[in-house]
Ligand binder design. Structure first.
Ligand SMILES: Cc1cc2nc3c(=O)[nH]c(=O)nc-3n(C[C@H](O)[C@H](O)[C@H](O)COP(=O)(O)OP(=O)(O)OC[C@H]3O[C@@H](n4cnc5c(N)ncnc54)[C@H](O)[C@@H]3O)c2cc1C
Length: 419
């Protein structure tokens, strides 16, 4: 193995998690080299605005950056805009696509994922786009505009957020989803129904149980999309939002243990010595059930980056924060915290005017998850308290949770906390 100060820390993937991990290494006092290697031509940035404020023009690409390029340089972090083509875990070095070799003392894989593409005839037309990177978002933004028609394929978070952004700038929007409801199993049926109602109220033409079958140019500059119900639709642009695929090929080829993602323990260590993985690509033990899970969220990238950095420096920190994410659509926010799938009972707390929090309780009445939907900023305080109940894994009386007259703050502090 190379000496720590000659080899240094190497991070593959200069996205949110990789960028934050490099910063955390410096903040924790690492003075040796840090090499951050990423394929994108941008400084590390946050992706949530790509489907929201970047499309509506409320944010620029530069304002999505985690930190400015100058701060990264001032921190002595060397950013390489290259693809990593191989890792030698025995000899502790990586090779970049340009042939450059970088030895490492500790290595972090934060390779995230890429957008899934549609596999139907004609899906390679230039009018058919996906959304993962800032360059994807800039291309999509160029094609949006009032008096144009967007077809969104997929009723998941990204598709719905893009639909909301496109409506906000006055575009006609049709959304097709193959399943009979929006958002799959990510949220309970009552939340999915509220999301559907809001999009319909904002005049999105939502078609459930319908799949695209073929795409052809029509007229020049637009496309005709044939649908499984026998109808067709002519639009200017198609946004395919059918999920992401974790980028595990490099890890797999290097002999690391990979399942749905790169397998790590609770300290984010992979199966190879001195190699860590974090963010969207890491498959880690759930803090509640211990079962392997992967998270595609801002919060996971943010928190795991810091845990990985700490442990690369010899720490034993656990990645044990309950999962949490949000989705902004129009003036509403959806939040999910914990692991709703572990619940055996759902308790709905109505907050008035359509806002609600659904608590997911296990057989022992412990709060293992919450799913919430409501107008912002009105409902955010209540959502924060509901999240606290999940984080504290409290045992709560369902009747009290349901009753808006009983303060969540009181339940968070007086009820038993799991060992
Ligand atoms: C449009 C959009 C909107 C989102 N909105 C929300 C939201 O509202 N709320 C929320 O909680 N989460 C949201 N997310 C999810 C969140 O942004 C991600 O979970 C987060 O970006 C994951 O960070 P990461 O660093 O793990 O992966 P990424 O951000 O994907 O970064 C991985 C980087 O690794 C690079 N890479 C991969 N392989 C190699 C290689 N071999 N060599 C060099 N570089 C490589 C990639 O090019 C990429 O830049 C959104 C995501 C998207 C795409």
């Amino acid at each position: 193995m190379h000496s720590p100060l000659s080899a240094g820390m190497v991070i593959i993937g200069a996205g949110h998690c990789g960028g934050r991990a490099a910063q955390a290494l410096r903040e924790a006092g690492w003075t040796g080299p840090i090499h951050l290697v990423g394929m994108e031509r941008h400084a590390p940035y946050e992706r949530p605005p790509l489907s929201k404020e970047l499309l509506t023009g409320e944010k620029t690409a530069e304002s999505c950056q985690l930190r400015s390029m100058q701060t990264i340089i001032n921190d002595g972090i060397r950013l390489h805009t290259q693809r990593v083509s191989s890792i030698d875990t025995a000899a502790h070095y990586i090779t970049l696509a340009n042939g450059q070799v970088l030895p490492y003392y500790r290595l972090l894989l934060a390779t995230g994922g890429s957008a899934r593409c549609l596999d139907i005839p004609g899906a390679n037309q230039p009018e058919v786009l996906t959304l993962r990177t800032v360059d994807d978002a800039l291309l999509l933004a160029q094609r949006l505009g009032a008096n144009r028609h967007l077809l969104v394929i997929g009723g998941g978070f990204i598709g719905l957020e893009v639909a909301a952004s496109a409506r906000r700038i006055g575009m006609a929007v049709t959304l097709v989803e193959g399943a009979p409801r929006l958002l799959g199993r990510a949220v309970p049926a009552d939340v999915a129904a509220s999301v559907l109602a809001l999009h319909q109220a904002r005049e999105v033409d939502v078609r459930l149980g319908v799949l695209p079958t073929a795409i052809a140019p029509h007229p020049p500059g637009g496309v005709r999309v044939r649908l499984s119900d026998g109808q067709h639709i002519d639009v200017d642009t198609v946004l395919v939002g059918i999920g992401m695929k974790p980028t595990t090929d490099l890890a797999r080829a290097s002999g690391l243990a990979v399942a749905q993602g790169i397998l790590v323990d609770a300290n984010l260590r992979t199966s190879a010595p001195d190699v860590f993985a974090a963010g969207d690509v890491a498959e880690f033990p759930s803090p509640f059930s211990g079962l392997p899970m992967r998270q595609e969220t801002w919060f996971n990238a943010e928190t795991q980056a810091r845990v990985a950095a700490h442990n690369m420096l010899g720490g034993q920190e656990l990645a044990h924060q309950p999962p949490w994410f949000w989705s902004d659509q129009y003036n509403h926010q959806l939040q999910v915290c914990g692991e709703p799938a572990l619940g055996t009972q759902m308790v709905v707390r109505e907050l008035g005017e359509g806002d609600h929090v659904t608590f997911h309780l296990n057989a022992q009445d412990r709060v293992v998850g919450m799913s919430a939907w409501g107008l912002t900023p009105r409902c955010l305080k209540e959502f924060k308290l509901a999240r606290l109940l999940v984080e504290r894994h409290v045992s709560a009386n369902p009747e009290e949770l349901r009753n808006p007259a009983v303060k969540l703050k009181a339940l968070a502090s007086v009820t038993a906390i799991a060992a």
